[in-house]
Design a protein around this ligand. Structure first.
Ligand code: GLN
Length: 456
């Protein structure tokens, strides 16, 4: 079919399901149809086409697009219009992708349910009384409900993999440094990474090829050749490979249906010729405390730029400049964001820095070493993405700690900078999707995607 037909179908689908799902913050149907027409013209003229040429792609509302709003689902940026375009988005534009809409998220990517958005709460398309996960909940829900073909997301501690698991789609978080962060509103700069949501591994591979690039505007961007991931996917790729199963990820108290589905998925990989070995990642239980020190520390510093003076919400009730800072930030930021700024400022303050921040950095090294040790003997690690399936809206919103525990299996991967993905691997008895997480060696996306493709 033509890009125009595909784009129209996606827009129609969105019109019919969006009232229930609520995945979008903005839609650009005219722009999208225009881009689709241009793609069809390129095709008709026989021009070389990009991997995503003519394909509707939507963006988590955390990446900058010139002359478009960028809210990060925060009141702080409600009226902000970006003066420049993120490198990741430029790459998608140059590739011919049809940019269609902007997706809801937890405010500044802090959360696991999409309920921290200042504007709306997105629901899980499989059961609209449940959350889609977060923070990229809009991205996961939109792909799952057929409102876009591919969605861009960002993952700091699980924000791509957890919602992908909750919504039954493929979520990919690449190695730190593979995709440029220039133009991605920063949450925790040493952990943030851009990735994708799609229905299939192949679509995710095409997206990664299109979006990844070395970028001198991101000092942590890595200069490597980007392989043609989609062309090397092989159904035989798991033959003779060693899959490590971390024993710390299968603990008492985890959801038994999740456990059973993941064990079944592992058995399926064995049937495809893989060898299954038990491994140990001994510092797994330290990941959550370490993450909530490092991520909040970095967030407190990154979010200092939203001061009410430059480009953000500005309180009209202030009587002097200090009061302006206080009131603008008090009015502009939501509860969770404030909680993180306070926590982050605390762990960085003199007297506590050594006890918390410095120690967390040391434990981060231990966590990274656990993975390096494991990858001496295995090719890939398989585990659950989340300890349980999508929960009911409102169930955890008053209990930040239980919300934080949702990321227990995903956070380590960010602390170690590794690539990880979530693949649908079945449903629980209530019909909610379950995710299988595959974790690869750094910059080994080519193999990781191929293993995922073989499983799928
Ligand atoms: N849920 C985690 C948090 O709230 C992870 C968020 C993310 O990856 N952006 O910080």
């Amino acid at each position: 079919i033509s890009s125009l037909e595909l784009t129209k179908a996606v827009i129609e689908r969105t019109d019919s399901v969006e009232p229930k799902v609520g995945a979008f913050l903005f839609q650009d149907p005219e722009d999208a149809l225009e881009m689709a027409k241009k793609s069809d013209e390129r095709r008709a003229k026989g021009e070389t086409l990009g991997e995503l040429d003519g394909i509707p792609v939507s963006l988590k509302d955390i990446v900058a697009v010139e002359n478009k709003p960028l809210t990060c689902a925060s009141k702080m940026l409600e009226h902000y219009v970006s003066p420049y375009t993120a490198t990741s988005v430029k790459n998608l534009q140059n590739n011919g992708a049809v940019l269609w809409g902007r997706l809801n998220m937890d405010e500044f990517a802090m959360g696991s349910s999409c309920e921290n958005s200042a504007f709306k709460s997105t629901r899980n398309p499989w059961d609209v009384s449940r959350v889609p996960g977060g923070s990229s909940g809009g991205s996961a829900a939109a792909v799952s409900a057929g409102e876009t073909i591919i969605a861009l997301g960002s993952d700091t501690g699980g924000s791509i993999r957890q919602p992908a698991a909750f919504c039954g789609v493929v979520g990919i978080k690449p190695t730190y440094g593979l995709v440029s962060r220039y133009g991605l509103a920063a949450f925790a700069s040493s952990l943030d990474q851009i990735g994708s949501f799609s229905r299939t591994v192949r679509d995710g591979a095409l997206f990664l090829k299109a979006v990844a690039s070395y970028d001198r505007l991101d000092s942590t961007s890595v200069k490597i050749d980007i392989p043609d991931y989609a062309s090397t996917l092989s159904v035989d790729s798991l033959k003779g490979k060693k899959i490590g199963i971390p024993k710390e990820y299968f603990v008492d108290g985890m959801d038994l249906e999740v456990r059973a589905a993941v064990e079944k998925a592992v058995a399926h990989c064995k049937g495809l010729g893989a060898e299954i070995v038990e491994i140990s990642l001994p510092h797994t239980d330290l990941a959550i405390p370490v993450y909530y020190i490092i991520a909040t520390a970095e967030a407190s510093s990154n979010l200092a730029r939203y001061d009410g003076i430059r480009y953000t919400h500005r309180s009209d009730k202030a009587h002097d400049v200090v009061d302006l800072y206080f009131k603008s930030r008090a009015e502009g930021f939501g509860e969770e964001v404030k909680r993180r700024i306070i926590l982050g400022s605390y762990v960085l303050s003199s007297g506590y820095y050594d006890a918390y921040y410095l120690r967390a950095q040391k434990v981060r090294t231990l966590i990274r070493n656990d993975f390096s040790e494991a990858f001496k003997t295995v090719d890939v690690i398989a585990a659950p993405t989340t300890p349980a399936c999508a929960f009911k809206a409102g169930e955890k919103s008053g209990d930040p700690l239980s919300m934080y525990l949702n990321d227990i299996f995903t956070i380590n991967v960010n602390l170690a900078g590794l690539p990880g993905m979530s693949l649908p691997c079945g449903f629980n008895s209530e019909g909610m999707p379950i995710g299988l997480q595959l974790i690869g060696k750094a910059f080994d996306e080519q193999n990781l995607l191929s293993y995922a493709y073989a499983y799928e």
